[in-house]
Design a protein around this ligand. Structure first.
Ligand SMILES: Cc1cc2nc3c(=O)[nH]c(=O)nc-3n(C[C@H](O)[C@H](O)[C@H](O)COP(=O)(O)OP(=O)(O)OC[C@H]3O[C@@H](n4cnc5c(N)ncnc54)[C@H](O)[C@@H]3O)c2cc1C
Length: 355
């Protein structure tokens, strides 16, 4: 079997490594960040994502680190319940916890941190360095993949009309005051929400999604983000304003969201793309992680079954692209709905894209 270089140790790169590990395929991962530098947000994982995770990790570890959500409850910003929906095996976990779990099966000599790979290093996919000569390279360097941009020079990437302020806080009193539900408060005029997810008995994740044409944040230091949150959500339901006031802001982060105008091919020469690098998916779909896991699973399957590398890549793209196109379409529907005033909402209320 061929030797494989993987660029990026996010969810897709690490899940790929886990699948390769299962099949005894030789690989090496290159990651730009420092080993312990794991800022981030959290994920909602639908049941399908859990099924793909269970193929590569011990799910008991996962269940210790996150929680199943019982109900989705949609509120107006003043707290009137607008809709409720039972959730079937939807799981919430922080990005940091999931990355740590996925890293556990990777031997330290198979991953090099603080190494940024460029297209110049890769050539036609046969990435070579002093200790590892790869026959093919799997790119999992995220939604703004520079390697993808340099390889497909005609691609057009655009910022989505939505940003997110995300914060993860350890606060037992706040965590005790809420159930294991997914609560989301919506401004009547649209384009502004506040979501709350309980990650564990003492940790919650909250986030604000906002229309970046209506609401502007000029600086993203923790102090500025705190000021912004206090100002914008001051008159919202007391639970919202209370959480915002009581939160520690050391983990707060402002996320910009990107999408491709049109998907590129998922491979070229001996280089193949997975996860957000192949297909950025906006957070509204809640399908980024599940899609990354399915990409890794499908690509591994074809690499194992097919002698011919390009046939394996072709089959991988053929299997994955149609589903991704559905999530992109659903994501745009959810984004458009988010921008509309509440009384004009028509679609399914659940902020998850199902194929
Ligand atoms: C605010 C927000 C909320 C979200 N919520 C959800 C959700 O609820 N559910 C869900 O399923 N998805 C969600 N997503 C999407 C999800 O985060 C992504 O789909 C998923 O993390 C993609 O993982 P990835 O490994 O492909 O990319 P990334 O996580 O971006 O990882 C890329 C890695 O590559 C490294 N890298 C970059 N360039 C180089 C280079 N040149 N050389 C070496 N290394 C490099 C980076 O340091 C990084 O570690 C959300 C996204 C955001 C922004």
């Amino acid at each position: 079997m061929k030797k494989i270089a993987v660029v990026g140790a996010g969810i897709s790169g690490l899940s790929m490594a886990n699948y390769l590990e299962k099949h005894n395929i030789d690989y090496h991962i290159y990651e730009r960040r420092k080993k312990d530098d794991l800022t981030g947000h959290g994920f909602l994982l639908p049941q399908e994502g859990l099924e793909y995770l269970s193929k590569i990790i011990d799910c008991n570890l996962l269940f210790e680190q996150g929680s199943f959500l019982k109900k989705y409850i949609q509120y107006s910003h003043k707290g009137k319940i607008l809709a409720e929906k039972e959730l079937n095996n939807v799981f919430a976990i922080s990005r940091q916890a999931l990355i740590s779990i996925l890293s556990q099966n990777i031997s330290p000599d198979k991953i090099t941190y603080e190494k940024t790979i460029t297209l110049g290093n890769i050539g036609n996919g046969t990435l070579k360095n002093h200790h590892f000569n790869a026959d093919l390279t799997i790119i999992s360097d995220g939604s703004r993949s520079r390697i993808r941009g340099e390889m497909f020079t005609k691609e057009r990437i655009r910022t989505v009309r939505e940003n997110e302020v995300v914060n993860i806080i350890k606060n037992k009193t706040i965590a005790d005051s809420i159930d294991n539900d997914f609560m989301k408060f919506h401004h009547e005029e649209g384009g502004l929400t506040f979501g709350i997810l309980k990650l564990s008995s003492d940790t919650i994740l909250w986030y604000s999604q906002f229309d970046n044409e209506k609401y502007r944040i000029n600086e993203c230091t923790p102090d500025h983000l705190k000021m912004y949150m206090l100002e914008i959500f001051d008159q919202w339901h007391p639970l919202v304003s209370h959480i915002i006031k009581q939160s520690d802001y050391k983990n707060v982060h402002l996320w910009h969201v990107y999408e491709l105008e049109k998907l590129n091919p998922f491979y070229k020469d001996n280089v193949v793309f997975i996860g957000d690098a192949a297909h950025p998916l906006i957070p509204f779909t809640s399908q980024g992680v599940t899609s990354a896991l399915k990409d890794s699973f499908t690509l591994t399957k074809h690499l194992v079954e097919e002698e011919n590398l390009h046939e394996a890549f072709r089959k991988y793209e053929e299997e994955r692209k149609p589903e991704i196109e559905i999530h992109i379409k659903n994501g745009r529907i959810l984004l458009n709905q988010f921008l509309l005033p509440l009384d004009q909402h028509t679609e399914n209320i659940l902020p998850i894209s199902y194929k």
